[in-house]
Design a protein around this ligand. Sequence first.
Ligand SMILES: [Zn+2]
Length: 676
Amino acid sequence: MKHFLTFLLPLLFIIACNTKEKSGSMTITESIKKQALDSLLNRHGEINRYRIEKGVKQVASLWQKEDGNADDFITFCTENFIADSSQLETLFLKISRNMEILSGNFTRMSLQLREPLDLEQGPIAPVDLIFGAYNPASHLSDDFFKNKLNFHILLNFPAFTLAEKLEQGSGWNRRQWAYAATGNIVKSREPAELQQKLSDVATAAETYISEYNIYMGTLVNNNMQSLFPVDKKLISHWGLRDELKANYNVPGGFEKQKMIFALMNRIINQEIPAKVINTNQYQWNPFTNKIYEGTREISSNREEDVRYQHILNYYKLFRQQDAYYPQYPTVIARAFEMNTQIPRETVEELFKKILSSKEVRETGRLIEKRLGRKLEPFDIWYNGFRSDGTLQEAELDRITLSKYPTINAFKNDLPAILVKLGFDKEKAAYLTSRITVDPARGSGHATGALMRGDVAHLRTRFTDKGMNYKGYNIAIHEFGHNVEQTISLYDVDYYMLNGVPNTAFTEALAFLFQERDLELLGFNKNSEEQEALSVLNILWNSYEIMGVALVDDALWEWLYNHPDAQAADVRDAVTTIAKEIWNKYYADVFGVKDQVILAIYSHMISYPLYLHSYPLGHIIQFQLKDFLKNKDFGKEIERIYSIGSITPEAWMLNAVGNPLSVDPLLKASSEALKKF
Ligand SMILES: [Zn+2]
């Protein structure tokens, strides 16, 4: 969820708070622009034409009536454009320093205000919620238009589109990348009321999803038998999917899986009776779609396309936002070009290579063999590629609880963990002195600092007795994030380039840490067979979620092509698209056509256009892993994560010498398949 908020509010600096009536935008005509341009060309010469043209255009695009009249605009441009390179460097350094002060302190303030909500600190008081939701940065963008700071940035630092960066970036030095990042600070002048409306729509969608529970004990089969315990309540889709996964190799599990699958189809097609959502009052047979009070069948109305209405609500708001992002005029462009920074076609090409690979098909046949039956559509969630289970969770709990009875025991061990992973002692001490450990209320998360001098926070769950294995496993994942956050803040040469290209890049390091959690506890490295199983597990998971992401993307394209669609049309479009993608990439593996199961993900409803980020993390993980073989892990991780936030393509070329590629994952899969 944290990542998704980043997507809604792409940069601290563009959060606007302009609640006044929208004054006339686009007040600067072509002829006024030309006057400013001529005046600047006169003063600074043709040699500066490129920057002058871009600067004047950028200022004009966001200049509004309240910023001044035409003369004010021309005067502002003429007086504040900087041609001299050393003066420009001074401006850059000042912006950079002050952005670090602002975002660093705002981040720290928010984090501290949220402590009663995020940390295990006893009951939450109503004022904790108010302080926790307060955003101290919410007026920043408005203030920076008022005092014209944003116009100084727009005038002097050209913003580059993703296409321009991909074309020109290979020839840039680090300073040019840092200047380009400065040019991206001001992306929009979106009115605060729109941000507020979007936040309301998001909250409504999240609430709808978080209350979409199914009481499993109320489900009956054709013999009126219920298969699940009375008190089992599962949230769609995560809880349903995990229950389905947990029923492999369990007596009676197959029947339960078929029931969950039938239920999921009813949700997607919106045939599910409204009366069975989030209540345990009736019995429901998801195969026949009949509901009962006791044993008496009663009438029922379906849930009227509510699911798809939420998507439509988002769509309407996104369309209103479009006008404020001249460089990224659709939410699809914002998701891929502004946030992920990889063109949609490139992402989808990578996915399609996996989706149509022979490795996936061979893995499907292997699963069939392991299951001893034909594949069912829900076997996209097959989870039998896990280690042989020689290590029981209870035994692992015993180990971690005795090793880490307190938070300090875990914190004090962090340097040793880094040394075991391959960092030298000095670097391990340097990194861990910038990471602190807090007891989380929820399952765990990692929050990085945004100014040097501040620390990254590793939040994880401690029980009264200490850290259980589940908490430990998550903590090692989060620790990977913290190490990335620390290197990419402290060791990047320009503050404006701090961070990583997108969330998939930090996930990749978190996965690399997490997969070695047992080794860190002193167990032997994964055996070859365990390693092979884990590769196939990731391949199969990627196969599943890549199709899901394609459905999400295609739906948004469809919405833009059907601006007058109603909720029922969206429902039909979702099922049609899901079937098309199934028929193209899954039907041959599963031996059945026209399935809609790829549309079950709740992210589609509450976090649109985020799903493609998940498999990208695994693609990068495999590329890094392949590259790191027989290399100094610590030194290379340090080098790679100090590249900072440039385009994913340039980052990968710097990191491993190749662009993003699924070949390492396919190669590892093909080798793994040979073992079975
Ligand atoms: Zn993570």
